[in-house]
Design a protein around this ligand. Sequence first.
Ligand code: ADP
Length: 380
Amino acid sequence: MKLLSVNAGSSTLKFRLYEMPEERVLTKGSFERIGTDDGDYTIRVGDEKIHKTAELHDHNDDSLDEIEAVGHRIVHGGNKYSKSVLINDRVLKEIESISGLAPLHNPAALRGVHAFHEAIPKAQMVACFDTAFHQTIDEATYLYPVPYEWYIKYDVRKYGFHGLSHKFITEKMTSVLTKKPNLIICHIGNGASISAIKEGICIDTSMGFTPNAGIMMGTRSGDIDYSIISYIMKKEERNLEWVDHQLNKSSGLQGIAGMNDLRDIDRAYLANEQKVVLAISMYTSRIVDYIAKYYVKLGGHVDAICFTAGGGENDDIIRQEVVNKLYPLGVTLNEERNKETIVRRGVEGIISGDDSRIPVYVLATDEELMIARDTYHIVG
Ligand code: ADP
């Protein structure tokens, strides 16, 4: 079966065409500069760049007709969705009603759903939510210590994000260890989150009501004392939107070191730039804080600590700094293996020392494939 996996952001749309269940990638590409009215798309298919407005609207296009299902990444599933679901009118309405929780992302994803429905009306559509995997988190963990009615009236609670990635890594480790594993998964991209997995089920995650919570990220602060917000608004005589933007786009590594790409950060770190040394110390300490917290939550029974996403897969410096700080837990690093294990070069695997009490893995995540698997599972 030919199946399309779609990841629509606010201005780009990435897709992969799979042959399932073989999981063979037939085509991948992206639409850039998505125009809502004029349908002006730039399409990249592999290395070939095609600029063709009508491409998606040709109902008689054989290759489109062969596509039997489309899986869509939807950032927010609210309280409603703990699994991927087949899209129908009711589901569309529900996703729309949740849009207040993800005002930038859910409407963009919905535009993607409508565009593909128009282009390939025969294909079944599946919604794959980035929050769904975290819906197993218990009430005492997902509630904030704020007036309870905020939860009842406005759905204020921890949701967690990057769920497709955390689920993908959990399934990968389930097959590697041939058991339902206890894991601490560190998804270290520009956005970053950590999850605690107990017997294959998510019991906690570092992101919260929004993706701004948890560890320090590329440009986001992560957890801070909320009173800083009103204090800075007064001091700078600025409004809430300005502070929100600062915390979202000009904080994290960017805020401390003046740069957010981990490749730049690493170069400056090796050149011993003081702000960057400080930023890395803060960044890795916060990762370690969550690993320690989740170690305790898992009762000290952790089958593996896993690093994934752009930074986790490729950044041996961040991994080294994190693992070195985990020595009280008996976690050790094999420095050579850590340096060699770079997913970009095709190398995954264990980077911990042979004497490490908990093995540390570096694994490639694949959110598009997770979407394809869930979609195939539902329609296939
Ligand atoms: P997102 O989806 O949040 O943008 P990604 O998973 O694509 O995140 O990861 C982006 C991050 O991964 C960036 O900070 C980038 O610098 C980092 N990264 C990518 N390749 C490398 C590399 N070779 N070495 C170190 N960091 C890398």
